[in-house]
Design a protein around this ligand. Structure first.
Ligand code: ME8
Length: 644
């Protein structure tokens, strides 16, 4: 049986429902999984829930439920929420399942047989919130080093001889530079081990909840010792066949559970039973709310699906795209060395800059120009060198990032090809090439579309639904094979692309994520016609702020039938396209206008001119004959940019 590529997340405590912090780790694992699948690997992606601890038992009591009813309910919430975020795990393990209980008891027995477990008595402090034992000298102001309350424990227990594994562990870390990632975490782990590893108490007096120690029902296995074994229990161990799933290629987690558990206790346990160690342990940093870690116990949680729902409502994107946007946020802020702070405003800002502006504009402009200049048919020819280089660079950067599991750098690599594309369109100016019948037009359009196709492939592990939507607009099947990404073959000439259907409508940043409750509108008296306004000699900044001006680009222009003054234009402004009728025909031909950037007043009430709706007004100076001199930005600005 060939070895699968195994990826794990921590198994989460079921003391409360999932939140954006737990989603962060699970998303990192999902991006890793989707990337490895595109790379052609057979992936085994494991997640699950940790249900045996005192913490869970006490949470059940607080909720007035039996522990089993309580864990069933919350565990199913975890199982349900992940598919809602397009997280595709292959197995979901619960520590209350028989397969887990059997593996834990087998593991315990083997360690006992090999002499790594001894009986003793424990006296010290126990932190229920992090399910950890502490010595008096570890406490800070009477609290655990994690800042939680502690309780005094005095019991006869079983101990695991962890001290015996100190030197083998140091040797393993030194011989395997990518065993603990990122590098900064590895240094924390090394200094922790070098302070001396103590033997660990691995059982507790049986509180009627947990996995009994084999041959001694008065004790249950310490919840961390029990929980870590899930990773091999899910591979089928100790039954035959586990070798196809263990060791894990990567185990994802937060930094809180790396040093004391995954990078010390866990490898020591594996060495004790003579099982191979995982290839990589990745301990990312935290998502914070203000100065506090987002956590169930702090009650400051943000639900990822609420963030998506709010975005879909405010921006008008589809629910699928909104979920992808949350995925993109988590991937691109993935905190590794230092913590990151989640705010609704930062989420909104990232949506507008990276998705609406960069990716959305690149998509809309490439498709609109293909329609304008080559009837929407993908041209043949050779991709220009700088575009080919940008594509190669983005792919290489993505690959390199994923070797050390830098999902944040991978997200940046995927977006780099999009940022290149927007600049490339500005410099190569297809509208000017078309106007001059320049033979380079086809190569430029092909280069644009190949950049877009590459972006589709590279963002797929992060934003699977968006990638599918881009492929559909390109009229092509989804790109799911790594070697095909960026290749000429991935973009067959002659295929008709669709007209752009904006995926990421720009978010009006005045629409905040926590909408205030609206009062029921009161009936208004019928308006009395106002006298024609006089232009005041002075206005306030607030008056000026009422006029919303934006940069647009003319995609199409034609004289309006039945008028010798008016031109009918199609103008892209950010994610939207508007029809504008302007009295500029005396001074401008259609060719002068196509591709030109213009300044548009976008909040002028639509008006009908000669029976044709105009959804905005172009800004122009008036020459001495009353003709128009159109205003345009001094240098290219992304369409949709605000003007003040
Ligand atoms: O520790 N920022 O479960 P847990 C980033 N059951 N990551 C966060 C986070 C935040 N604000 N909050 C939570 C346990 N996480 C044990 C694990 S494994 C054998 C047993 C993520 O429900 C992060 O991965 O407290 C962290 O390590 C994990 O959730 C803790 O989840």
């Amino acid at each position: 049986m060939s070895k699968k590529y195994t990826i794990t997340t921590p198994i989460y405590y079921v003391n409360s429902v999932p939140h954006i912090g737990t989603a962060l780790t699970t998303l990192a694992a999902d991006v890793t999984s989707r990337y490895q699948k595109i790379r052609g690997r057979d992936v085994f992606f494991l997640t699950g829930t940790d249900e045996n601890g005192l913490k869970v038992k006490e949470a059940a009591e607080k909720a007035g439920k039996s522990p089993m009813d309580f864990v069933d309910e919350i565990s199913s919430k975890f199982k349900e929420i992940w598919p809602g975020l397009y997280i595709e795990f292959d197995d979901f393990i619960r520590t209350t399942e028989p397969r887990h209980r059997e593996a834990v008891q087998a593991f315990f027995s083997i360690l006992q047989e090999k002499g790594h477990i001894y009986s003793g008595s424990y006296e010290g402090w126990y932190d229920v919130s992090s399910e950890t034992f502490f010595k008096e000298s570890d406490l800070v102001d009477g609290l655990s080093p994690d800042g939680n309350e502690v309780r005094w424990v005095k019991e006869d227990n079983y101990f695991f001889r962890m001290s015996a594994f100190q030197e083998p562990l140091l040797a393993h870390i030194e011989a395997n530079p990518n065993f603990i990632l990122p590098e900064s975490r590895k240094n924390e782990v090394l200094s922790f081990i070098k302070q001396g590893l103590r033997d660990v108490c691995i059982s507790r007096a049986n509180p009627g909840w947990g996995i009994p120690v084999p041959g001694d029902d008065s004790q249950v296995v310490y919840v961390w010792f029990d929980a870590l074994i899930n990773y091999v229990a899910a591979t089928g161990w100790p039954n035959p066949g586990w070798e196809s799933r263990w060791p894990a290629e990567v185990q994802w987690m937060g930094k809180d559970i790396l040093t004391r558990f995954h990078a010390t206790l866990w490898p020591a346990m594996l060495m004790g039973v003579e099982l191979p160690l995982p290839e990589a342990l990745v301990g990312h940093a935290w998502l914070m709310s203000g100065t506090e870690k987002i956590s169930k116990s702090k009650g400051n949680v943000v639900a990822p699906l609420d963030v998506a729902t709010s975005l879909a409502t405010r921006a008008g994107c589809t629910p699928e795209v909104a979920i992808d946007a949350v995925r993109y946020y988590m991937a691109s802020v993935m905190p590794m060395d230092t913590d990151a702070t989640y705010t609704h405003d930062e989420f909104d800002r990232l949506y507008n800059t990276d998705l609406a502006n960069d990716l959305g504009n690149a998509l809309n402009r490439s498709l609109a120009m293909s329609h304008k200049f080559v009837d929407g048919v993908i041209p043949g020819g050779v991709v220009e060198t700088d575009a080919a280089q940008a594509i190669d660079d983005a792919k290489a950067k993505f690959d390199k990032a994923m070797v050390t599991f830098r999902v944040d750098h991978a997200a940046d690599a995927a977006l780099s090809v999009v940022r290149f594309l927007n600049k490339y369109i500005d410099t190569r100016a297809p509208w000017a090439l078309a106007k001059n019948s320049d033979p380079a037009l086809h190569a430029v359009l092909r280069s644009m579309l190949l950049c877009l196709r590459t972006a589709e492939g590279l963002i797929r592990p992060i934003m699977p639904k968006t990638a599918d939507a881009i492929a559909a607009q390109l009229g092509l099947p989804s790109l799911t094979i790594w070697d095909a990404i960026g290749s000429e073959e991935s973009l067959p000439a002659g295929v008709k692309v669709s007209l752009p259907q904006p995926i990421f409508p720009r978010l009006d940043l005045t629409k905040k994520q926590e909408p205030k409750k609206m009062d029921t509108p009161k009936p208004q008296p019928a308006p009395t016609p106002a006298p024609a306004p006089e232009v005041p000699t002075e206005i306030t900044i607030d008056d000026f702020a009422k006029v919303k001006l934006k940069v647009g680009r003319v995609l199409e222009a034609e004289p309006l039938e039945g008028s010798d003054k008016l031109m009918k234009l199609q103008v892209v402004i950010g994610e939207e396209k508007r029809q504008i009728v302007a009295g500029i025909r005396k001074n401008y031909t259609a060719e002068d206008l196509i591709g030109r950037q213009v300044i548009v007043c976008v909040n002028l009430k639509p008006a009908k001119l000669r029976g044709t709706e105009s959804q905005g007004m172009l800004l122009a100076a008036t020459d001495t004959d009353g003709g128009a001199i159109l205003l345009q930005p001094d240098r290219e600005a992304p369409e949709g940019t605000g003007v003040r």
